[in-house]
Ligand binder design. Structure first.
Ligand SMILES: NC(=O)c1ccc[n+]([C@@H]2O[C@H](COP(=O)([O-])OP(=O)(O)OC[C@H]3O[C@@H](n4cnc5c(N)ncnc54)[C@H](O)[C@@H]3O)[C@@H](O)[C@H]2O)c1
Length: 294
């Protein structure tokens, strides 16, 4: 069965972006939030993004109206029952995902495909909350969704290969570049990125170089758009700490273990850009100033 109608659960940072790109790609989309207030907030961020695209001339005003027309917000989970694929982008907590998937499994036809945007939880474990492990997989988008081209498509040992390829093709139709991977914590990007970022913190801890010199080295020496400590401030120290701990639990390898400095900064609430400080002080967001940490 072809994917014609898309359901998105969660209209936060990721869910709103996923709903936007699916509607932009021509799919009718139903997006569900837990309250009208949160739904409005998510839909407003889509509205703002589309407004910017019109201002820049990327899309015409008439396109924006059509995209809007394809988007339907709801707080009622039953409204997702006629979707061919449901993409889940709710909070990263297993009990919440369990409750959602088992409710959806009861109301959606057997043919519907279920996809989770989780960054760190096991897709295989989530599939056990449903009676359709063969139609369950991961679809991992990157932030900001409308801008970032990559999507990791994740299969478990139980995912039907035909369903997997159907979703790879669907990701292409969303204008993304899909990569195929398997259900190992961190998938491809975080498996490579997290140890690299943690190593940058270790280099700082060990007095190898200053914050600015570590960042400039990777920018100017390797052509990265930003250094690892600036990147860590962007992603959020708390989020990275959480993911690193999950990866360490899974693999028991030192390269995934969060360094003590990272842990202490998270305990202090210095979670990066969103907290006003991390490796840099963002009192003047246009001119971040390196912190004195060691
Ligand atoms: N933030 C990132 O950079 C990023 C990147 C890739 C994947 N992810 C993953 O995407 C998912 C969402 O992350 P986010 O950053 O968008 O979080 P977020 O907090 O911005 O959004 C989550 C939203 O889900 C809503 N929600 C919670 N339970 C719900 C339910 N039962 N039904 C409908 N909505 C519900 C919340 O109200 C909230 O608005 C997580 O699994 C996360 O690991 C995040």
């Amino acid at each position: 069965m072809a994917i014609e109608k898309v359901g998105v659960v969660g209209c936060g940072l990721m869910g709103s972006g996923i709903a936007q790109v699916a509607a932009q790609a021509g799919y009718p989309v139903t997006v569900r939030e837990v309250s009208t207030q949160l739904l409005e907030k998510g839909l407003q961020s889509i509205e703002k993004n589309l407004g910017r695209l019109v201002e820049k001339g990327t899309i015409a005003a008439v396109d924006r109206d059509q995209i809007r027309g394809r988007l339907r917000g709801t707080t009622n989970v039953d409204d997702l029952k006629d979707c061919d694929i449901i993409i889940e982008a709710i909070i990263e907590q297993l009990p919440a995902k369990r409750e959602l998937w088992s409710a959806l499994d009861k109301i959606c036809p057997k043919s519907a495909i279920f996809a989770s945007n989780t960054s760190s939880l096991s897709i295989t474990e989530m599939a056990t909350f449903t009676q359709r492990p063969d139609r369950f997989l991961g679809l991992h988008f990157f932030n900001p969704v409308p801008v970032m081209k990559l999507v990791e498509v994740i299969r478990t040992i139980a995912t039907d290969p035909k369903v997997f390829e159907e979703v790879v093709a669907f990701a292409g139709k969303l204008g993304k570049t899909p990569v195929r991977t398997t259900d190992r914590t961190g998938f491809i990007v975080n498996r490579l990125l997290v140890p690299y970022i943690l190593d940058a913190v270790r280099a700082l801890e060990e007095g190898v170089a200053s914050i600015e010199d570590i960042d400039n080295s990777m920018k100017l020496g390797c052509g990265h758009p930003m250094g690892p400590l600036t990147l860590l401030d962007f992603v959020g120290l708390d989020t990275t700490y959480y993911i690193a701990n999950i990866m360490f639990d899974e693999f028991k390898e030192k390269r995934f273990a969060p360094p003590p400095l990272l842990k202490r900064m998270v305990l202090a609430g210095w979670n990066g850009r969103k907290a006003g400080r991390g490796f840099y002080d963002y009192s003047d967001p246009a001119k971040p100033k390196a912190m004195q940490l060691t």
